[in-house]
Design a protein around this ligand. Sequence first.
Ligand code: SAM
Length: 243
Amino acid sequence: MKLQDLQENWNKFGEQDPLWGILAWPDKSQNRWEIDAFFATGVAEIEEVLAYLERLDVQVAREAALDFGCGVGRLTQALAPHFRVVHGVDISPAMLALAEQYNRFGDRCRYHLNEADDLGLFADGSFDFIYSNITLQHMPPRFARAYLLEFLRVLRPGGVLVFQIPSAPRQKWRLLLQPLKPTRLWRLYRRLRYNDRPVMEMYCIPKARVLRLLRAHGARVVDVQPDTSADAAWISYRYCVTR
Ligand SMILES: C[S@@+](CC[C@H](N)C(=O)[O-])C[C@H]1O[C@@H](n2cnc3c(N)ncnc32)[C@H](O)[C@@H]1O
């Protein structure tokens, strides 16, 4: 699978049902999210994340933050009151067009289209805080691994990275599908079955492998917690990392 296929799929969500593509609550499909309620979930989530860091006694400088896979800015907007500047990055132009439309913080929230499997648009050590939730789970692991290493590169020394990714499916048979999903055959099946509708694909990286990758690249893993933001069919974790 190429990054372009991922982009095409997410752009369809952005065009057809963006808020449900982001938070797929069963009663909110077909554009039934009410916008204030949707953005309120972001505020609650960021408050919870900052309280979590406080409990861990992890200090975060409040200069620059990155929200990777920002969608329409649900979390970027919620981060903005806590940082001097917040950058939201996404692969979908349609999602980003809405993010710009919903931006209430002017220049303090900057949105970027990134069509690459790296974060070359940012210099080393650009961010005090990087947050990525319910995003790495939607891409083949080789992309998620590449972005994780990029997070470490663009994180300032002493900066904090918090991200979520599933470790395994609760039903083991789902694991058999993972290597199939990035193939042409699977995409053909998807096109025949779903026609023009986007599909919410899920992927995982085992926790042990994530930890090995982070540590091999100089990260200090502060905490790992079970996480419930992925679909209940997956065992998922939140990682808190510094460098
Ligand atoms: C489920 S949504 C989550 C959005 C946001 N993190 C939130 O919780 O509100 C996943 C987002 O990741 C974006 N995405 C998927 N692959 C990406 C990639 N390779 N680079 C940047 N964004 C990506 C999608 O376009 C989509 O907006």
